[in-house]
Design a protein. Structure first.
Lengths: 229, 1115
C-alpha cells in the first residue's frame, strides 16, 4: 500500500483577545492509497480544521503534514495551488458550485485552473457526470439541480484530476438520508475506481458506518481537537 | 366597547429606521454621494458654460460699444450737422435728450507703416473713426482729447504694424465716385487718397480702440483721427458717415438700449435733401428748378416721392443716357455722330423748354420707337453725305444699363426719326443733363476722362474735322436725341434708378423751399439707406449667442450624465447587494417590495442630497475649467483678442436651481430603480444573494458548448449579474461613443487644397476689399494702368480671379459666437458657378442634363419666386437655424435681415444646397442676378476668390509675391489677402475648439466608466469571495484568479468600447466626408489603452485587495 498521508503532531490555534483558541492538538495520522477514513466527532471538535490543513488550505500552527511525500506548506503559494490541483480533491458541506457555470463546467473547473480543457478532458467530465448519474443534467445550472445532485456534481469535480487524496467535509450535511446515501455511494465508488485515499469528516453515524464498513475502511473520532483511535 | 389600538406612526418608524441605517452604512453610501455629485456637477457645469459664454459675449459687446446705444448709419455720407439737427428735433419733441449725438466718419481703410531702414512695409485693414468727441463715447478708459493732425491706433493695430507713438503711418481710403460702379458712368477705376500721419497715441483695451459696430469676435483695428482729418482723407468735407447716440445719464441707459428709443430717434430723423445726396436747385439760366442726385440716378424711393410731390406742380422726370455712336441705318462705316446724350421725356412741353421745328411749331411727341433729333445732328449727317429726314431710321450704340463683372457692354437700338428739332428751347437746355465728373466738367470733349472705354479716335475734335468739339463748346452735353421716357427707361433704366432728374417750371424761392421740404419729408430715410440701428439692444440680443451653448454642452454631457447615472445605479446596486441579508430579513417578516424600496430610497436620500450639494459647489468649477480650456484653445487657434468671451462668469441662480433640481430628480430616479429592483426580489433570493437559472440567463451567456477556457469561464462570470455587466458595458460604451462621435467631427485640413472638390474649392486666396471694386487685374486690359511691375502683371495674368458681390452683413460663420440675423450674402457670378467645386452635403434634385449643383442657383426654386440659396450645413443648422435642403425663409433686403416667421414682408428664399464647411462658411450664396435683385442698391464687388499657380505657393517667397501683387493691384481700395488654407485652418480651429471641450467631457465619461469598472470589479470580487475560494481550493492560483477577473473586465470594457465606437462612428458617418474620414486614431487608441490599463489595475487590485478566505464560505 502506497503511503499517501502523514500527519505528524499537528496543532492549530487561533489568536483571541484572551488566550489562543486551540482547535487541534497533537494530531498524528498515517494513511495509504485506497484507504477510506472516516473522522467523526461533535461540532467544534476540529474536524473541518483538520481537513483544511490536510487539503493545504490552512497551515498548522505546529507539526507538519505530508501528502504523497510532499509537505504542501513548504511550497510556494503558486506551487501549493498546483499541488492541490493535481493531488487533492475536495467535497465540501456546501456544494460550492459556481452558480454561473453548468454542471459540466463545474466538473471541469480543476482543469481550467491551469489551462484550457481538452476534448478528452471534457469527455472525462461527461463520463464522471454519467458515473454520478447526471449525464442528462450536464447543461443545467446549480440552481436547477437538487441538493443531492449538486453534491454529486461536487464529487465529480473532486475526482476530475484523479487526486491521491480526496477530502470530504460533511458531504451530506445538508441532504436527506436517501440523498446522503446516494452521495456517499458515489463517493466511495469513485474512490474505488481511482484508488485515492478518502477522508470523510462527518457527524452522521450512518454515513460513517457506510464508509468505514469497507475492508479498507477505518473510523477515527475527534474530541476537543484530539484524534482518538 | 374598547377602542381599537392606534395605528403606529409608520412613516416615522420608517424614517427613523432609514436614518439609523444611513448612520450605520454611511461609509458605503459615500460612493452614492460621489456619483450624485458627479452627475450634479455635469448638469450644473454644462449649463454654467452657456451662462459663462453669454456673459462673455455681453462683456465684449459692452467693451466694443462703450456708452453707444444707437447709431444712425448711412450708405452714403451725410452732412455732419444732421447730428445737431436731430438733437434739436429731439429737444423740441421732449425736452433735453439724455443722450449725446456724435457725428463721426467711419470707413474701412488701410493703414501702412512705410518701409524704413531695416523694416519693410506693413499694411493692415482697419476702421477709420473720425471723431472729435471720442472721449464722450462712454468707453471705460479715457482717450486722447485732441488729436489735431495725428492718429491714435488701437493697441492691436499698432502691434500688428509694429509702430509706437511718434512713428509715421499712411492712412489710405478709397475715394470712388458716388455714381454706382455697376453703371457705365460709375467709376470702376479704384482711386484712393492717402495721408501720412504721426501716431499721437495708442488706444489700449477699454478705450475707443475696442470700438466696433459689428457684433463679431474678430474685431478689426481702429485708427482714430479728428473728424476734419477723416473728412479730408475721405474727400467728403462737412460730412459724416454715422451718428453715434451715447447715453449721457442713467435715465438714458434704461431706455436707449431698447429698440423703442431707437424708434424715437428714427421718428425724429429728418434728413435734408442734401443729406441724402440730392440737389434741388434752380438753373441759373432759365430758372426752372431741378432735382438731381450726386449718384446720377435718383433712387426709386426718391423718384416715387418726387412723383408725389413734384408731379402735381408740373414737374417732369427725365432720363439721360449716353450713346457711343449714332448713325443712319445702311450708311457707310464712317458716317456717324459719336458720344451724344439722349434724353427720355414724357412731354414735348418740358419745363426747360419745348421742342419746335424750324418754323417754330411744336413737334409732336415721339411715341414707341420714334425719336426727335436736333437740327445739328441732321445737318451733321448731311455734311457727312448721308442726309436724314423724318421717317428715316437711325441706330444707336450705347452701353447697357449695368456693367457685368466690371465690364461695360455695348448694345444697339434702332429708332425712327419723328421730328427734327430746331436748336431752341429744350434742344439747347444744357441743364437737362446732370453733372458727371470727368465728362460734363471737361473743357473739351477731347479731355473726357470717362470711366467707360472711351474711343478718342471717334471724336472729331481737331480742325477742320472738329464738329464734335464745336458742339461741345456751344452746347456742351446737351442731348441730340429726344425719345419717349418709357423707351429710354427700357434702354438705360436699372435697379439703381430710371430717372436722372425732375424738372419744374420756374418757382419762387419760397415755393421751391416748401416743395423741397415736402419732398425731403416724403422720402423715407430707410429707403435711401439711412437707418437708426439700436446697436446696444442688437448687441444684447446677439449676445444670446448663435448657439445655446448651455444646452449644447448639456446635450453632449448627457452621455456622460447617463454614464454617471449608471454608475450611481451600479454603486447603489452594489450597496444593496451587500445588504441583501438585512433586506431578506425584512422581506421575511412581511415588508412589502414597495416598502423595502421606500426604505432604500430613504437610506440613500441623505447621500443624494449631499451629492447634489457638492455638485452645486463643483459645477461652477467644472464650468470654469471647461471655459478655461475653450478660452485657451480659442486664444491659440482663433483670435487672441476675443478670448475675453471665455473669461468666465458664475452660473446664474436659475441655472444653479435648474441644475440642482434636474440632478436631484435623475439621481433619485436611478436610486429608486435600483431600490425597486431589490425590493421586488424574493425573500429567499435576498437571503441567498440571488440564484441563477437558465431562464434568467441572458442569451449571450447560454453557450451551446461548455466553457473550456478561462475566457469561457469569464463569460459565465459575467452572466452571474447580467444587469451589472451590461451597466458597465453601457458606461464604457457611452463614453467611447461620445469620444468617437465628437472626434468624427474634428476637422482636418485637406491634404490637396488645390483640388476643386475640397473645402477651398480650389481657390488659393480670399480677397476682401475695404471699398467695393470692379477691378480685375488678372485681365491684361485692366492691369496696365495699376502701376504694377512687369513681374506683378505677369504673375496676376497667371491667376484666375472671380469677383464676388457682397452685402454689408455680419459673419455668420462659426468664429462669430454672436447670434446674427444679418448674414453676409454673396452674389456668385456665372464664372464661379460654371467652375463649380467645393463639396455638397446635400442638394436639391438637379434638372435633366445638369451635373453641376451650383447651377441650381440659376434655376427656378421649387417655391415660385423664391431665390435659390446655397450655404454650408453648419451655418444652416446652428448659426442661422434655417433648416435643410428645401427649407424656405424670408429675407428683408433693405435691412439685410432674415425675418422671423411672424414678421411680414421680405423676399422668399429657398435652400437648394448645403455645403461642407469651407472657406465660404457663414455666408448665404446666391447667383449674381439674384443678389442684384435682393440688394438693388449694392454696387461693386467686396470680395474675390483667386487661384494662384500652385508652384508659386510652395515657398514663402512665392506666397509673398502673390500677396504683394494683389495688394499693389488693389492698393487704392484696400485689400485684405488671406490664404484659403489659413482661413480654413481658422474656421476649423473654431469647431475643433469646441470639440476639445466635448472631448474633455468624453474623457470624463471614460473616467467614470473606468471608475465603474473598478468599483464593480472590487465589489464583484468581494461578493464572490466564496466562489473564488472554491477556485483556489481546486488549484487556481491568485494570478490565475486575477486573470479570470481581468478577463471578465476586459470583456465588458472591450464590448463597451466596440459598441460605443461603432455607434459613434455610425452616428458621425452622415457628417463625415471623404476628406475627413481619418478619425484621430491615435487619440482614440490612447483612450482605449488607458481604459484597458485602468481596468487591468482595477482587476489586480480587486484580487489582491480582498481577503479570499482560506476555505470556501457561503456567499
Amino acid at each position: 500500500m502506497t503511503l499517501v498521508l502523514e500527519v505528524d503532531a499537528v496543532s492549530k490555534a487561533f489568536p483571541t483577545p484572551a488566550d489562543p483558541l486551540v482547535v487541534l492538538e497533537g494530531v498524528s495520522l498515517v494513511a495509504g492509497a485506497g484507504e477510506r477514513l472516516v473522522v467523526t466527532g461533535p461540532s467544534g471538535s476540529g474536524k473541518s480544521t483538520l481537513l483544511a490543513i490536510l487539503g493545504g488550505l490552512e497551515p498548522p500552527t505546529t507539526g507538519h503534514i505530508s501528502v504523497a511525500g510532499v509537505d504542501p506548506f513548504r511550497l510556494s503559494a503558486a506551487r501549493r495551488a498546483a499541488f492541490r490541483n493535481q493531488r487533492i480533491g475536495f467535497v465540501f458541506q456546501e456544494h460550492h458550485l459556481l452558480e454561473s457555470c453548468t454542471a459540466l463546467e463545474n466538473v471541469l473547473l480543476p482543469v481550467l485552473a491551469t489551462g484550457r480543457a481538452s476534448a478528452p478532458q471534457v469527455e472525462r467530465a461527461r463520463l464522471l457526470l454519467d458515473r454520478v448519474g447526471l449525464a442528462s443534467r450536464e447543461r443545467h445550472l446549480p440552481a436547477e439541480l437538487s441538493g443531492g445532485e449538486r453534491q454529486r456534481v461536487a464529487v465529480a469535480r473532486a475526482v476530475m484530476r484523479e487526486p491521491m487524496l480526496l477530502l470530504a467535509d460533511e458531504p451530506t450535511g445538508q441532504l436527506d438520508s436517501q440523498a446522503a446515501v446516494g452521495v456517499v455511494d458515489v463517493l466511495t465508488s469513485m474512490v474505488g475506481e481511482t484508488g485515492s485515499l478518502l477522508l470523510v469528516v462527518t457527524h452522521d453515524d450512518q454515513i460513517a458506518t457506510r464508509v468505514a464498513d469497507h475492508p479498507q475502511g477505518r473510523r477515527l473520532h475527534m474530541l476537543d481537537g484530539r484524534l482518538l483511535p | 366597547m374598547t377602542q381599537p389600538a392606534p395605528v403606529p406612526d409608520v412613516r416615522g418608524n420608517l424614517l427613523s429606521l432609514a436614518f439609523g441605517m444611513t448612520r450605520q452604512w454611511w461609509r458605503q453610501l459615500l460612493s452614492v454621494a460621489a456619483a450624485t455629485a458627479v452627475v450634479t456637477t455635469l448638469v450644473v457645469g454644462s449649463l454654467g458654460v452657456g451662462d459663462g459664454i453669454q456673459q462673455g459675449l455681453r462683456r465684449q459687446a459692452t467693451q466694443r460699444l462703450g456708452g453707444i446705444k444707437a447709431a444712425v448709419l448711412s450708405q452714403t455720407p451725410f452732412r455732419a450737422d444732421l447730428a445737431q439737427r436731430l438733437g434739436s428735433a429731439l429737444q423740441e419733441a421732449g425736452g433735453t435728450p439724455a443722450m449725446a449725438l456724435v457725428p463721426a466718419g467711419l470707413r474701412q481703410i488701410t493703414v501702412t507703416r512705410p518701409a524704413s531702414t531695416g523694416r519693410s512695409r506693413a499694411t493692415s485693414v482697419a476702421w477709420l473713426v473720425g471723431c472729435d468727441q471720442a472721449s464722450t463715447l462712454g468707453f471705460a478708459k479715457p482717450c486722447p482729447k485732441k488729436l489735431d493732425e495725428g492718429v491714435a491706433l488701437s493697441d492691436q493695430l499698432a502691434a500688428m504694424l509694429e509702430v509706437s507713438v511718434g512713428d509715421a503711418v499712411v492712412l489710405r481710403a478709397a475715394t470712388g465716385s458716388v455714381i454706382p460702379s455697376d453703371t457705365p458712368l460709375g467709376d470702376r477705376r479704384d482711386r484712393s487718397r492717402s495721408r501720412r500721419l504721426r501716431v499721437a497715441a495708442l488706444l489700449p483695451s477699454g478705450t475707443v480702440g475696442d470700438f466696433s459696430l459689428q457684433p463679431s469676435q474678430p474685431t478689426p483695428g481702429v485708427a482714430l483721427v479728428s473728424l476734419k482729418v477723416a473728412q479730408d482723407l475721405l474727400q467728403q468735407p462737412g460730412r459724416a458717415d454715422v451718428i453715434l447716440a451715447v447715453k449721457t445719464d442713467d435715465s438714458f441707459a434704461s431706455n436707449a438700449s431698447t429698440p423703442a428709443s431707437a424708434e424715437t430717434l428714427a421718428r425724429r430723423l429728418a434728413p435734408s435733401l442734401a443729406d441724402i445726396g440730392l440737389v434741388w436747385a434752380a438753373s441759373a439760366a432759365t430758372k426752372p428748378w431741378r432735382l438731381t442726385s450726386e449718384r446720377l440716378l435718383l433712387k426709386p424711393a426718391v423718384d416715387e416721392a418726387a412723383a408725389a410731390v413734384l408731379g402735381p406742380p408740373g414737374g417732369q422726370p427725365t432720363l439721360v443716357f449716353l450713346a457711343n455712336e449714332i448713325k443712319p441705318l445702311g450708311s457707310p462705316e464712317d458716317v456717324s455722330v459719336p458720344y451724344s446724350t439722349i434724353l427720355g421725356i414724357n412731354d414735348i412741353r418740358h419745363p426747360c423748354g419745348k421742342l419746335v421745328d424750324a418754323g417754330g411749331n411744336v413737334l409732336p411727341s415721339p411715341k414707341g420707337d420714334e425719336a426727335i433729333i436736333n437740327q445739328w445732328m441732321a445737318a451733321d449727317f448731311a455734311a457727312q453725305g448721308q442726309p436724314v429726314v423724318v421717317g428715316d431710321r437711325l441706330r444707336i450704340t450705347f452701353f447697357g444699363a449695368e456693367t457685368l463683372g466690371g465690364q461695360a457692354k455695348e448694345e444697339t437700338f434702332t429708332f425712327q426719326i419723328s421730328g427734327i428739332a430746331a436748336m431752341d428751347g429744350l434742344a439747347v437746355a444744357r441743364d437737362v443733363v446732370p453733372p458727371v465728373t470727368g465728362v460734363t466738367d471737361e473743357a473739351s470733349i477731347a479731355d473726357w476722362d470717362p470711366p467707360f472705354p472711351f474711343d478718342r479716335q471717334r471724336v472729331r475734335a481737331t480742325p477742320p474735322e472738329d464738329q464734335d468739339e464745336r458742339y461741345w463748346q456751344k452746347y456742351a452735353a446737351t442731348p441730340k436725341v429726344f425719345m419717349p421716357l418709357e423707351r429710354a427707361r427700357q434702354l438705360a433704366g436699372s435697379r439703381f434708378g430710371e430717372t436722372t432728374a425732375w424738372h419744374l417750371p420756374p418757382l419762387t424761392v419760397g415755393q421751391a423751399e416748401q416743395l423741397g421740404a415736402e419732398l425731403a419729408a416724403a422720402i423715407p430715410p430707410a429707403a435711401v439707406g439711412l437707418q437708426v440701428v439700436p446697436v446696444a439692444a442688437a448687441a444684447a440680443s446677439a449676445a444670446s449667442g448663435s448657439t445655446p451653448f448651455g444646452l449644447l454642452f448639456l446635450a453632449l454631457s448627457s452621455f456622460v450624465i447617463i454614464a454617471g447615472l449608471i454608475l450611481l445605479w451600479l454603486l447603489f446596486g452594489l450597496f444593496v447587494a451587500s445588504r441583501t441579508r438585512t433586506l431578506g430579513i425584512l422581506a421575511a417578516v412581511g415588508w412589502s417590495p414597495g416598502r423595502l424600496a421606500s426604505l432604500l430610497v430613504l437610506v440613500a436620500s441623505p447621500a443624494v442630497v449631499g451629492g447634489v450639494a457638492a455638485g452645486l459647489f463643483l459645477g461652477p468649477l467644472w464650468a470654469q475649467l471647461l471655459l478655461a480650456r475653450l478660452g485657451g484653445v480659442w486664444t491659440d487657434r482663433v483670435a487672441e483678442q476675443t478670448a475675453v468671451v471665455f473669461a468666465g462668469g458664475l452660473p446664474t441662480m436659475s441655472t444653479l436651481l435648474l441644475g440642482a433640481g434636474g440632478a436631484t430628480l435623475v439621481a433619485w430616479l436611478a436610486v429608486w430603480l435600483a431600490a425597486r429592483r431589490a425590493g421586488h426580489r424574493q425573500p429567499l433570493r435576498l437571503f441567498r444573494g440571488g440564484q441563477m437559472t437558465a431562464a434568467s440567463l441572458p442569451s449571450w451567456c447560454r453557450l451551446r458548448s461548455p466553457a473550456r477556457t478561462l475566457s469561457g469561464l469569464a463569460i459565465r462570470g459575467l452572466g452571474r449579474r447580467p444587469g451589472r455587466s451590461l451597466g458597465v458595458v453601457a458606461m464604457v460604451a457611452l463614453a467611447e461613443f461620445l469620444i468617437v462621435f465628437v472626434a468624427g467631427f474634428e476637422l482636418t485640413e485637406p491634404s490637396a487644397t488645390a483640388s476643386r472638390g475640397t473645402p477651398t474649392g480650389g481657390w488659393t486666396h480670399l480677397l476682401r476689399f475695404a471699398a467695393p471694386t470692379s477691378l480685375n487685374p488678372t485681365l491684361p486690359e485692366t492691369s496696365g494702368d495699376r502701376g504694377l511691375s512687369t513681374v506683378q502683371r505677369n504673375l496676376l495674368h497667371r491667376c484666375e480671379l472671380v469677383l464676388l458681390r457682397s452685402n454689408r452683413g455680419e459673419d455668420a460663420n462659426c468664429s462669430n459666437l454672436y447670434a446674427t440675423t444679418r448674414p453676409v450674402v454673396l452674389g456668385l457670378p456665372p464664372a464661379f458657378l460654371g467652375r463649380g467645386g467645393f463639396r455638397f452635403v446635400a442638394h436639391a434634385a438637379l434638372p435633366a442634363g445638369v451635373h453641376n449643383p451650383w447651377q441650381l442657383l440659376t434655376t427656378t426654386a421649387e417655391v415660385p419666386e423664391a431665390v435659390p440659396v446655397i450655404l454650408d450645413a453648419a451655418t444652416a443648422q446652428w448659426a442661422l437655424k434655417l433648416g435643410g435642403v428645401g427649407a424656405t425663409f424670408r429675407f428683408a433686403a433693405d435691412t439685410g435681415t432674415i425675418l422671423a416667421d411672424d414678421d411680414p414682408g421680405g423676399l422668399h428664399c429657398q435652400i437648394v444646397g448645403l455645403l461642407e464647411p469651407g472657406i465660404l462658411q457663414g455666408t448665404l450664396l446666391v447667383s449674381e442676378a439674384a443678389f442684384t435683385r435682393l440688394f438693388p442698391q449694392e454696387s461693386g464687388y467686396r470680395l474675390a476668390v483667386l487661384q494662384a499657380p500652385a508652384e508659386l505657393l510652395e515657398d514663402p517667397a512665392g506666397r509673398a509675391a502673390v500677396a504683394g501683387a494683389v495688394a499693389a493691384a488693389w492698393s487704392d481700395c484696400g485689400v485684405e489677402v488671406e490664404l484659403a488654407v489659413d482661413r480654413l485652418r481658422r474656421l476649423f480651429a473654431v469647431q475643433n475648439t469646441f470639440l476639445a471641450g466635448f472631448q474633455a467631457l468624453g474623457t470624463l465619461g471614460l473616467m467614470l466608466g473606468t471608475a465603474g469598472v473598478g468599483a464593480v470589479a472590487v465589489q464583484g470580487a468581494v461578493e464572490r469571495r466564496g466562489s473564488l475560494a472554491v477556485l483556489q481550493a481546486v488549484g487556481f492560483r491568485r494570478a490565475r484568479l486575477a486573470q479570470l477577473l481581468w478577463l471578465e473586465m476586459m470583456l465588458q470594457v472591450i464590448v463597451g468600447i466596440a459598441t460605443g465606437a461603432t455607434l459613434g462612428l455610425a452616428a458621425a458617418l452622415p457628417f463625415l466626408s471623404g476628406s475627413r474620414l481619418g478619425l484621430p486614431w491615435g487619440w482614440l487608441g490612447l483612450s482605449v489603452v488607458g481604459t484597458l490599463l485602468t481596468a487591468t489595475v482595477a482587476g489586480v487590485v480587486a484580487v489582491w485587495s480582498i481577503a479570499i478566505p482560506p476555505r470556501p464560505v457561503e456567499e
